[in-house]
Every structure is written in structure tokens, then in C-alpha cells.
Design a protein around this ligand. Sequence first.
Ligand SMILES: NC(=O)C1=CN([C@@H]2O[C@H](COP(=O)(O)OP(=O)(O)OC[C@H]3O[C@@H](n4cnc5c(N)ncnc54)[C@H](OP(=O)(O)O)[C@@H]3O)[C@@H](O)[C@H]2O)C=CC1
Ligand SMILES: Nc1nc(=O)c2c([nH]1)NC[C@@H]1CN(c3ccc(C(=O)N[C@@H](CCC(=O)O)C(=O)O)cc3)C=[N+]21
Length: 284
Amino acid sequence: MVAEIIYGKELAADLRQGMKKEVEKLADKGVIPALTVVLIGDDPASQSYVKGKQRASEEVGVRSRLIELPSSTSQEELLQLISELNNDVEVHGILVQLPLPDHIEEQAVIEAINPEKDVDGFHPINIGRMLTGKDTFFPCTPYGILTMLQSKNIQIEGKHVVIVGRSNIVGKPVGQLLLNENATVTYCHSRTKNMNEFTKNADILIVAVGKAHFIQADDIKDGAVVVDVGVNRMDNGKLTGDVDFDSALEKASYITPVPRGVGPMTITMLLHNTIKSAKQHHQL
Ligand SMILES: NC(=O)C1=CN([C@@H]2O[C@H](COP(=O)(O)OP(=O)(O)OC[C@H]3O[C@@H](n4cnc5c(N)ncnc54)[C@H](OP(=O)(O)O)[C@@H]3O)[C@@H](O)[C@H]2O)C=CC1
Ligand SMILES: Nc1nc(=O)c2c([nH]1)NC[C@@H]1CN(c3ccc(C(=O)N[C@@H](CCC(=O)O)C(=O)O)cc3)C=[N+]21
């Protein structure tokens, strides 16, 4: 079998066209959705992602402000800034780019953000709301993956979803989101034994590890749907995923590429959440 490639980049562009129209309508009512991104330090990958977020915001008419701070910023200073942003009625979404420097406790920062402005969907209140099946800001990467699967009418209910990786921002929440869609979910991680006995059983395999070509064709069931979340920069400067794309393409029924797959969808769902937040704040 040769897989159909799911280009998140194209779906993202389609969705942003709709968002642009929605933002124009909001502007007529005097509301301009506004996102503030806080970037600490000078990690080139983070800078590149943040640039992508700025560009996409501009495209749909979301007002995006970037606050760049040195890596010497203290936790107290960051918490103070978040408190100011929480109180600023002109700010609908707050995103603190992760990872943070070692001297800052990530969870304390996430919990300081007003859940109503937590457009990343990382606050425990929003995670809990997602877990219990309530409406909330869904974490952007999981939400983007769900939207990609739905765009191809891929059945989720009753399917065995295997996730490799259990981070708080990707692995864990994508499992919960798909569980809500009635999938049967298995998590694999660094302590999992005989991992490919699980991956080979997956109807939908989602890989978020951060190791280039970690998953090979041998690890994939014939006809499986393969979602590659990994973004790894190779020595030649090019990006590659966690899945050996060329060999997996011959085995899967659907596969997402890297780049142009999940990444652009993550950014698009961030804009979706920011628009949603603006509407909620203005009771629209
Ligand atoms: N496209 C996008 O929008 C996004 C892409 N990413 C990319 O996705 C990748 C993962 O990101 P993130 O979830 O934040 O990463 P983390 O580093 O937080 O988590 C990696 C996960 O992989 C697991 N893992 C590591 N080694 C192995 C192994 N040998 N076998 C099985 N599991 C293993 C870890 O297990 P354990 O928990 O046991 O340590 C952990 O759960 C990265 O490449 C990142 O750049 C991330 C966010 C968004
Ligand atoms: N608070 C927070 N929220 C996040 O959502 C968040 C974060 N921190 N820290 C890092 C990860 C990673 N992440 C990506 C977003 C877009 C692409 C993306 O657009 N990738 C393009 C390529 C981009 C390029 O060329 O550099 C693609 O795959 O086609 C990738 C990765 C969001 N993250």
C-alpha cells in the first residue's frame, strides 16, 4: 500500500481563510483578538516557532505581541509579567514558549496563567476540563492532530490508537482527546518493553518522541494511519520527523509529513483558541 499524505500545511491554510473572515466580522464589532507570546532566552528553534506564530497571526488578523526576555529572567519577574497580562483586558491569549530555563519552574508558570487566557490549553483546569469532556481550550498539537484525522474522515471510534511519548504537551493530551472520541488508547514511553508489539497493533500510530527516524516500517501495521509529531533538525539543516517517512509511506494508509504536517496545524489551533478566547471575553 502507498499512503495518502496528509498535508497539515494545506489544511491549515484553508482553516486560516475561514478564521480571517471570522476575525473581520469581530473587527466590525470592535473586537480584535490579541495574543501575547513570551519568549525567554535565545534558543534558535524556539525563535523559529515563535516567528511562525507571528506570521500566522498576521495572516488572519490576530494582533500578536512578542515579549522577548533574557535567559537570566527570574521566575518572580516572569510571574509578575504574567500577572500583568492576566489583568490586561486587551490581551485574550497568553503563551509562554517552552522549554523555560532550568531555574524557572515550568509548572508554576503554567499555573499562573489565567485559565481563561490559556490558549495553549496547558493549565490544570483546562486539562481537567478536557479530561471530563467539557468545552475548553484544547492543547494545540493534539487538537491539530484530531482536526487532521477528521479532515480525511478517518474513523477514530473503536480504533486502537498507540501513542509513543507521554509529554504533558503532546502525548498525554492527544490520548485523552482521542479517548473522548471513543478510541482505545495505549501509551508507550521510554520504559515500555518490547515497544513494537504495541506499535504494530496500532490502527492509528502517533509518534512524539523527538528522535529522528525512531519508527521504521517494521514497527507499523499494514494500512495504519501514521501521525508524525517529531521535529528534528538534521546536520544538513533540514527538518525530519520521528518516523522514517520513505519506508513508512509504503506501509501506511495515511501519513503526515515533516515539515508541512502537524506543525502548521499546531499554530493554526493556537489562533483558533485565541479567537475563541476573544469571543468569550466579549460574550460574543
Ligand atoms: N509539530 C508540533 O507541533 C510539535 C512538535 N513537537 C516535537 O515532538 C517531539 C516530542 O516533543 P515533546 O512531547 O515535547 O517531547 P518530550 O521530550 O517532552 O517527550 C518525549 C517523550 O518520548 C519518550 N521517549 C523518549 N525516548 C524514548 C524511547 N527510546 N522509547 C520510547 N519512548 C521514548 C519519553 O518517555 P519518558 O516520558 O519515559 O521520558 C517522553 O514521553 C519533539 O521532536 C518536538 O520537537 C513538540 C510539540 C509540538
Ligand atoms: N508554550 C508552548 N506551546 C507550544 O505549542 C510549543 C511550545 N511551547 N514549545 C515548542 C513546541 C513545538 N511547537 C511547534 C510549533 C510549530 C511547528 C511548525 O510549524 N513546524 C513547521 C516547520 C517550522 C520550521 O521550518 O522551523 C513544520 O513542521 O512544517 C513546530 C513545532 C510548538 N510548541
